[in-house]
Design a protein. Structure first.
Length: 415
């Protein structure tokens, strides 16, 4: 038996000894591939993407997390730009007895916030999410509560495409769970860019004091979106935004607003955004957000998407519920913004004692005038060019005739 084992070992050694260099290398390669396959099968797949199946809610009757995101860009002495997103989650609760002035102070046993992030800024598409970012889970809070987070982009690009929130809370002694999903508009679509530029050219460029109106489905103003900015001692802009609804008591509303800084080169940089603003107890506002002058900022613009459910009944017992979904675009030169928010911001020229031109839109008339001037200049240039060419042709013909005449005269003299 032992002889057989020895013989087998000896034969194996003989085979190995007979292998040439190429054969040994092939065996080593196969061995490495085999080990790599085993490690790949045993190692967890970190690229597996588990996106929460939460819904984008219009209104929750008990709790509501409002998400604020601010793109904070700093520029160093080498003009290198670093970006981090400052994120704030503000959770409120609602009384069930119709009293909107006070918070019922629900106990939050768990606050879970996560974000689906992308590696490159793009318009919204949840399918483009590259990975999930999980913020620290929080517990033992009481509504209303505000928590702050940071999504840093110094080591790698990670831009939030969607926020997901899960709240565990107690009402009395009953434990309840609510989940929320908020899509983030990191970049405007091409149509939205066109709409913002159009409303700027036709309205806000002419009347810079105007705020953007929030209107109902009957084109009646129910609120405003106003931006303000001023230069600080470092010659950087400090800017802010306020969203104000006139009659929040009779409204259920969900407002998503994203703003951008537009640079002189036409780049759109995400600035202040708020998602699921649905707080009847206060207006939404942000202020003193720094815009570094070395970014070459030229404009602030925004898109406001909102859904409103309005009770137009005479009393609470005589309900006439109207629901509408609207969007408003706004754009203004930063240098033209007011330095503070108005108590009652105007949204139409008539509110500031000015009237619109009687014939057409001033922006259109100015555009038409520019076109007319350009046409006149074009025609004049064409006529001038034709004249110059005609004169040149005449001079050339005259010179040819003169030379021919001189040649004929010279021939006659020689004869």
């Amino acid at each position: 038996m032992e002889n057989k084992k020895e013989n087998s070992k000896k034969s194996l050694n003989d085979v190995i000894k007979k292998l040439n260099k190429t054969g040994l290398i092939l065996i080593i390669i196969v061995y490495i591939l085999f080990l790599s396959l085993i490690l790949a099968l045993l190692k967890p797949n970190n690229k597996y993407l588990s996106v929460p199946a939460y819904e984008h809610q219009f209104w929750n009757e008990e709790v509501s997390p409002q998400i604020t995101i601010v793109g904070n860009r700093t520029v160093n002495d080498n003009n290198s730009v670093s970006l981090r997103y400052n994120i704030t989650s503000s959770t409120i609760a609602r009384n069930q007895d119709g009293n909107i002035s006070n918070d019922p102070h629900y106990k939050l046993t768990s606050i879970q916030l996560s974000a689906g992030v992308v590696n490159k800024l793009s318009t919204y598409n949840e399918d483009n999410i590259n990975s999930m970012y999980y913020f620290t889970e929080l517990s033992s809070y009481t509504t209303p509560v505000t928590n702050s987070f940071t999504l840093d982009n110094s080591s790698k690009a990670q831009h939030p495409m969607t926020f997901y929130a899960r709240l565990e809370y107690t009402v009395g002694k009953e434990r309840r769970v609510a989940s929320f999903k908020e899509p983030i508009k990191l970049l405007p679509t091409e149509n939205e860019k066109s709409d913002m530029r159009s409303v700027y050219d036709s309205k806000y460029k002419i009347y810079p004091a105007l705020a953007a109106p929030i209107k109902d489905n009957q084109d009646k103003k129910i609120g405003t979106v106003q931006f303000a900015a001023n230069l600080n001692s470092d010659k950087n802009y400090e800017a802010g935004v306020r969203i104000k609804l006139d009659d929040k008591d009779n409204l259920k509303f969900h407002i998503d607003m994203q703003s951008w800084i537009v640079t002189e080169d036409g780049e759109y940089l995400p600035f202040i955004g708020v998602y699921n603003y649905a707080n009847r107890r206060s207006n939404y506002s942000q202020s003193n957000r720094i815009i570094d002058r070395r970014l070459n900022p030229a404009y602030i613009c925004c898109v406001v998407s909102y859904c409103v459910e309005e009770n137009k009944g005479a009393t609470q017992h005589d309900e006439i519920i109207t629901t509408y979904d609207q969007k408003v675009c706004y754009m203004q030169a930063i240098s033209s913004l007011s330095s503070s928010f108005d108590t009652v911001p105007p949204t139409e020229p008539e509110e500031i004692g000015e009237t619109k031109p009687d014939v057409g839109d001033y922006g259109d008339e100015r555009f038409k005038l520019t076109q007319t001037i350009q046409l006149v200049i074009g025609i004049g240039s064409g006529v001038l060019a034709v004249g110059i060419i005609t004169v040149a042709c005449i001079i050339t013909v005259k010179m040819v005739q003169k030379n021919k005449h001189e040649e004929e005269s010279s021939e006659k003299t020689e004869e």
